[in-house]
Design a protein around this ligand. Structure first.
Ligand SMILES: Cc1cc2nc3c(=O)[nH]c(=O)nc-3n(C[C@H](O)[C@H](O)[C@H](O)COP(=O)(O)OP(=O)(O)OC[C@H]3O[C@@H](n4cnc5c(N)ncnc54)[C@H](O)[C@@H]3O)c2cc1C
Length: 455
């Protein structure tokens, strides 16, 4: 078997446009690292694909050689699903093609593109679609899991803007998935993650956005945290579609360790409408940090970048919140006062507008209720601090459980979630996802993900 694997990798090396990296080779260590520094896995080989044919060859090699296959888009998955010990990583991070059709208002982008690259290309034409709020996140993993971002109240999730996806299936066949071609697969790809094949490119609808929006953040002294979160709860109950807001407890970006409470937002309407809509936010109090105002859309999607440096150790716990009670707010504040890392934040991402008007069964992404997505995003630098930070994150999550609705956001799930929590994150769509999985990947070749078991 070992000889067969070696032969298959040699054949792949001959065929591939990019390198096939093995341990010890130049570039291997850089290529196996993902965003989360907590993940330290050593694959048997990394296939750096450049063309669609490369991806097909890599999938065939992985299947025929009996390799564990992982797929890397932007490498941001906190659970570290893009890489595993001894497996074959199909690395799309060199597949950077982006084609914008400004007349049709569409863009097709390959699986290794990040949101920063995508926004830069579409903003040349004053266009955008909903994407991640940190520019280094990959379009592939984010979109396949749903894709929340600053435009979601106006234009829905990333999946709600997908027109088609080009996919390499487990048998190496290349297919298109859209509402006309393989519609069952298209439905499943819009929230079902990397369970069905390797997505080589994505076609999105675009909308007129920017180039300047109103955005950024206002932060207040931490002793205003309870008041601010209550204000945030009331204010978000009647927001216009143009305004998407997050609220949370964070640490000052200057590294001082100062605790703050903050409202982060993006208003994609006219400056006049933004000024009117944001008056209550401006009137809330005297900010400790005022970084709210006109901002290029591309910069808006990089405001949080510095808070999520590549290589920092991450452990996240997250769940949708059914109702943000005063008790839940108190719990967040109490827990945050004991937070062991000055890089960590507790966030509430608010859902309303277009994202909540899509029926639950229309796409595989099932979370369509107005409300909040709670995220404890723990980050730290030293391996010696792992257990303290993980324990605090779990404790915070457990303390908030009474407020949780069913399921979390599949893209935020960690690597240690029990199977029933993964299933709960697919919500009422899980059974249908299992049936599509049986049709397209009955042997579960693609299982290094938030896995859907074939029916
Ligand atoms: C700092 C940070 C900010 C984030 N911000 C947001 C946000 O604003 N909105 C949001 O919705 N999510 C956000 N996320 C979560 C993000 O959606 C997930 O981490 C997602 O998995 C990242 O996709 P990726 O391609 O970068 O990751 P990867 O780790 O490369 O991929 C994640 C998984 O997706 C699958 N996959 C990736 N590419 C492909 C492909 N081409 N074909 C098939 N399967 C594939 C694989 O199973 C892979 O293991 C954020 C995460 C981080 C760490």
């Amino acid at each position: 078997m070992l000889g067969q694997k070696t032969n298959l990798l040699n054949d792949l090396r001959t065929a591939l446009s990019g390198p096939v990296l093995e341990p010890g080779q130049p570039g291997y260590d850089e290529a196996r690292q993902v965003h989360n520094g907590f993940i330290d896995a050593a694959p048997a080989a990394i296939a750096r694909c450049i063309t669609v044919a490369d991806v097909i060859d890599a999938v065939n090699t992985g299947r025929e050689g009996g390799f564990e296959i992982t797929v890397r888009g932007g490498g941001h998955n906190v659970a570290g699903r893009a890489v595993c010990d001894g497996g074959l990583m199909i690395d799309l991070s060199w597949m950077k093609g982006i084609y914008v059709d400004p007349r049709a208002r569409t863009a097709r982008a390959q699986g290794g593109v990040t949101w920063g690259e995508f926004n830069r290309a579409t903003q040349v034409h004053g266009l955008a679609t909903t994407g991640g709020v940190v520019s280094t996140t990959g379009i592939a993993g984010l979109t396949l899991g749903g894709g929340l971002g600053w435009l979601m109240a106006k234009y829905g999730l990333a999946v709600d803007n997908l027109r088609s996806v080009e996919v390499v299936l487990p048998d190496g066949k290349l297919v298109q998935a859209s509402s006309n071609e393989n519609p069952d697969l298209f439905w499943a790809l819009r929230g079902g993650g990397g369970n069905f094949g390797v997505a080589t490119s994505f076609e999105f609808d675009l909308h007129e956005v920017g180039p300047t929006v109103t955005g950024g953040l206002l932060a207040f002294p931490i002793d205003r945290a309870r008041d601010m979160l209550r204000f945030f709860r009331e204010f978000t109950s009647s927001l216009p579609d143009e305004l998407t807001m997050f609220g949370g407890l964070v640490h000052a970006p200057d590294g001082s360790g100062t605790k703050l409470c903050a409202m982060l937002l993006c208003h994609c309407g006219s400056p006049e409408q933004a000024e009117r809509d944001l008056k209550p936010v401006r009137d809330f109090g005297t900010p400790a940090m005022d970084a709210l105002g006109p901002i290029p859309y591309t910069a808006q999607n990089a405001v949080l970048d510095a808070g999520f440096p590549r290589g920092a150790r991450n452990y996240w716990k997250s769940n949708f919140v059914a109702s943000l009670s005063d008790e839940a707010i108190d719990t967040m504040c109490d827990q945050f006062s004991r937070c062991p890392s000055t890089m960590t934040g507790l966030l509430l991402e608010h859902f309303h507008g277009a994202v909540t008007r899509v029926p639950v069964e229309a796409t595989a992404h099932a979370h369509r209720s107005p409300g909040f997505n709670f995220l404890a995003a723990s980050e730290w630098l030293e391996p010696g601090d792992d257990s303290t930070n993980i324990a605090w994150t779990r404790e915070t999550f457990d303390a908030l459980k009474p407020s949780f609705g069913p399921g979390g956001y599949v893209n935020y799930l960690g690597g240690d979630e029990p199977e029933d929590r993964v299933a709960a994150s697919y919500g009422p769509n899980y059974q249908r996802l299992r049936e599509v999985k049986r049709r397209y990947d009955p042997r579960n070749l693609f299982h290094m993900n938030q896995n859907i078991l074939p029916a």
